[in-house]
Design a protein around this ligand. Sequence first.
Ligand SMILES: NC(=O)c1ccc[n+]([C@@H]2O[C@H](COP(=O)([O-])OP(=O)(O)OC[C@H]3O[C@@H](n4cnc5c(N)ncnc54)[C@H](O)[C@@H]3O)[C@@H](O)[C@H]2O)c1
Length: 343
Amino acid sequence: MSMEAPIKLGLIGCGGIARAHLNACLQLSHLFCIVACCDVRKEMAEKFAQSAGGASVFTDYREMLSHAEIDAVDITLPHHLHAEVAIAAAEAGKHVLVEKPMANNLAEAKSMVDAADKHGVTLMVAQSQRYMAEHREIKRLLEEKTIGQVLYVRASVDQHLASIRPPNDWLFKRSLAGGGSVISIGVHKIDLLRWLIGEIVAVFAVERQSPINPGMDCEDISVAILEFEKGVVADLASLYAAKASPWGELMAIYGTEGVIHNIGGWHINSDKVSEWKGKFVKLEIQHEDPFRNELEHFGNCLLNGREPLTSGRDNLKTMAVVEAIYRSAKEQTRLSLSEIWAT
Ligand SMILES: NC(=O)c1ccc[n+]([C@@H]2O[C@H](COP(=O)([O-])OP(=O)(O)OC[C@H]3O[C@@H](n4cnc5c(N)ncnc54)[C@H](O)[C@@H]3O)[C@@H](O)[C@H]2O)c1
């Protein structure tokens, strides 16, 4: 189902990250016109509607779906609402962009894909890391085998939840967020690694709950060993218990002929390029706004009737890895992804 620009968009959820989506849409006025803003906090919906130049205001997404003249919705809500709202939007014939993680769990994510298929609408997951210029460049370097064959990847996302969110925020609760640091921030790297390295076939994970996030009822420390289809192995630390961090987000990729890392910016060391041989050299990569790139991709896919890079269907595989990490930690065993798909 393709359409004409500008696409009439409804924003559902006018909190933290929605501001980045709003700003991106305002820069992409040839693609999007924000016609409705919805938040249970009416003042937030009003603020967004005003920034969008006078969009309609809603406090109930169902009202918005039935009354606003919209082609698509952009869902930036707590995780437990992603599936419910995306399915309602698909049933109303609206295309859907939904923030990461796709849903609280794989079963919910599958029902979102089924609803989008049934109603012939596009479903895209806002996995912003795949829309970063830096990661696009790293993917190109890996595809050109600049560091040879990839052997091993080390990745970490370090945050301290209690320092960045108010007490009792929904991110502290398994029922509202689907889990802790794995589903909320580790998911960024799981999705990125799938894109850069290939599909993950097995995981082994350990998780802990630290004492430094009072009121949290799920993991704030997780370490997962990820095995990829081509024999590559990675370790991923998802930390909501990092009081401080040397890197914030770490990625180090070890190949047969070099290494790439992102400590203090992206660096490369490669036997294959004389100026990069025997030392790390900083890569000059022009930063781009990933949210602008992501929204632009969503808009272009709707106009051209194309499946997005981070489609709902694609992101089932990211959700399956999240599920495998949780099950592996709980069962204290190595889990093959085929066991996740079989259940
Ligand atoms: N891509 C990224 O880098 C990135 C960064 C941060 C958050 N996120 C994701 O964005 C999503 C939102 O996170 P956030 O940090 O902006 O959360 P937030 O708590 O700041 O915002 C959520 C908003 O949803 C509203 N809301 C709650 N229930 C509602 C309902 N039933 N109907 C309408 N509005 C409702 C809240 O009032 C709030 O304004 C999450 O999926 C999160 O994981 C992504």
